[in-house]
Design a protein around this ligand. Structure first.
Ligand code: MCA
Ligand code: AMP
Length: 504
């Protein structure tokens, strides 16, 4: 038996002395060197007494080694579970214990808190930083540069990505080898990536966009990536002359447009700009075209499904739409109450089916059954329509979710903590328009009678538990939250009332 994902993404490059990762320090790692490093890491993983199917949780900064660990997990048949370095130890604790990870690899700078997390969950703890220091790097250093690939079938699990829910607790989305490979193949073909491509890669590699879309497509096509630790617009501009393509969330494009050195001349040779993870304003699309002559290609996906739709490579890329369902994805719009399929043009729930759709939520059969129908359709929680030319438009969300700079923030996760804060009767967290991040979270707190909750103290307490990107950018204290006649809190009213809080 083979290991379908390893063979297609990585194995095909064995011995290829072609560039794969151009690092910002000027070093270039060839495909062959990358695979050799991955093999060393795979040996180090198995030395931790892991066996096929075990989960490996990883909370480290973006680096070539962090990416090689993805390859190593796939090669060793382990389930890769990457975590945002911004998560607090409190958050990591949940992911490690919920997933039953056998190994946690973390930054040496956070060793004290993460070691306790691993210990409580019965996991081994190792360290690795972006400079290649740490106990795990030491374990890998003298290992063989080849590793016997562990056989896996397409239905075997390759990765877990945690995604929150409207009830607050995160769910581990189980991605199979086929989920990842089928989507990468479809996108590579559709977007016409080849070994001549060089992608500007500034996205994080702990989410679908930077890992499964950007990286898998580049691995399949055999191209190279200019691999940046994080978004730095000056760096993007500096390296653009050597690149052919860019993938980013809308904030990448608004920040580029805000930079005086971002000119038509700079982008003349570029083949493709792709946006996703959050709505790209039609205005940004138009400004970008006016500045550069390029039409950004917008696509739509989710953690549970990878990518579902894309504007065409050849053909009209329409602003304000996410394009057509991918060739192997079925998409329908249904009545959210009855599940009946609606007619073209009607707004309803977007449902998708295809080889891209995940296997379910780890050890949460009820949650899986609530969102993944027995006929294979996944209920996305996004509201949209299919227009008269077949383009899909997302018009809103049926789920209470804020997308800030491409990161998801689930209000419920904050509200359960805020409701318990001194002087707070109840809370509502809403997303408000923000020029840089698209939306940013704001907490509206109803005070207890006679109390005067202190927003600064509240934010400080919140930041002990939750990653800072989730923390409200503003706290508004009111006497009571608006409610409708049924007694339901009206977030839409608050969104209107406070719509301009981030506008100067
Ligand atoms: C950082 N901060 C944020 C965000 N990022 N706050 C709100 N929203 C954010 N997205 C906060 C930090 O906590 C910190 O707060 C302060 O901003 C500065 O941090 P820094 O890291 O310097 O921020 P930045 O470099 O300006 O980052 C903004 C960013 C980044 C470039 C937009 O967040 C980013 O790269 N986002 C991409 C996310 C992504 O890849 N999403 C794909 C998900 P403090 O000062 O208080 O400490 S996959 C997905 O959605 C689906 C599948 C799909 O379709 O792709
Ligand atoms: P996540 O679960 O983090 O992968 O976030 C997925 C959600 O991001 C989707 O359900 C959508 O609400 C949103 N999303 C992704 N791409 C787009 C897009 N191009 N336009 C609008 N929303 C998007």
């Amino acid at each position: 038996m083979t290991n379908v994902l390893y063979d297609a993404l990585f194995g095909q490059h064995a011995g290829r002395e072609t560039p794969f990762l151009h690092l910002i320090n000027g070093e270039t790692l060839t495909h062959a060197a990358f695979l050799e490093r991955a093999a060393q890491l795979a040996h180090a993983l198995t030395a931790c007494e892991l066996t096929a199917g075990d989960r490996v949780a990883l909370q480290i900064d973006k680096s070539a080694d962090a990416l090689a660990l993805y390859a190593a997990c796939v090669q060793a048949g382990l389930v890769f579970l990457p975590l945002n370095p911004a998560y607090t130890a409190h958050e990591v604790d949940y992911f490690v214990s919920n997933s039953g990870a056998k190994l946690l690899i973390g930054d040496p700078a956070k060793a004290d808190s993460l070691r306790s997390v691993a210990k409580a969950a019965g996991a081994v703890f190792e360290t690795l930083d972006a400079q290649g220091n740490g106990s795990f790097a030491a374990r890998a250093a003298d290992q063989h540069r080849s590793f016997k690939t562990v056989p896996r079938s397409g239905d075997d699990l390759a990765a877990f990505l945690y995604t929150s829910g409207t009830t607050g607790r995160s769910k581990g989305a189980m991605m199979t080898q086929t989920n990842l490979l089928s989507n990468a193949r479809t996108l590579t073909d559709l977007w016409q990536f080849t070994s001549k491509d060089v992608l500007l890669h500034a996205l994080p590699i702990f989410h679908t966009h930077g890992l499964f879309v950007a990286t898998n497509v580049m691995l399949l096509s055999g191209g190279a990536m200019i691999f940046m630790p994080k978004l730095d617009v000056d760096q993007l501009i500096e390296h653009m002359p050597r690149a052919t393509s860019l993938m980013g969330v809308p904030t990448y494009y608004t920040r580029l447009l805000d930079h005086p050195d971002f000119t038509a001349d700079l982008t003349k040779h570029m083949r493709l700009f792709i946006s996703g993870s959050a709505p790209l304003l039609a205005e940004t699309h138009k400004l970008f075209e006016a500045r550069t002559g390029h039409r950004i290609l917008e696509r739509y996906g989710m953690t549970e499904t990878n990518m579902n739709t894309s504007n065409p490579f050849d053909g009209m890329r329409r602003a304000g739409t996410v394009g057509f369902p991918l060739p192997d994805v079925e998409l329908k719009v249904t009545d959210p109450e009855t599940g009946e399929t609606l007619s073209q043009g009607e707004i309803g729930m977007i449902e998708v089916r295809g080889p891209n759709v995940f296997k379910g939520y780890w050890q949460m059969p009820e949650k899986t059954a609530a969102e993944l129908r027995s006929d294979g359709y996944f209920i996305t929680g996004d509201l949209g329509l299919i227009d008269d030319q077949g383009y899909v438009q997302i018009v809103g969300r049926g789920k209470d979710l804020i997308i800030s700079g491409g990161y998801n923030i689930y209000p419920k996760e904050l509200e359960v903590i805020l409701d318990d804060m001194p002087g707070v009767l109840e809370s509502a967290v809403i997303g408000l328009p923000h020029a840089d991040l698209g939306e940013a979270p704001v907490a509206v707190l109803a005070r207890q009678k006679g109390a005067n909750p202190d927003p600064d103290a509240i934010l400080e307490t919140l930041a002990i538990q939750l990653a800072r990107f989730k923390c409200p950018r503003k706290v508004i204290v009111v006497d009571a939250l608006p409610r409708n006649t049924m007694g339901k809190v009206q977030k839409n009213v608050m969104r209107q009332t406070y719509a301009k809080v981030f506008k100067a």
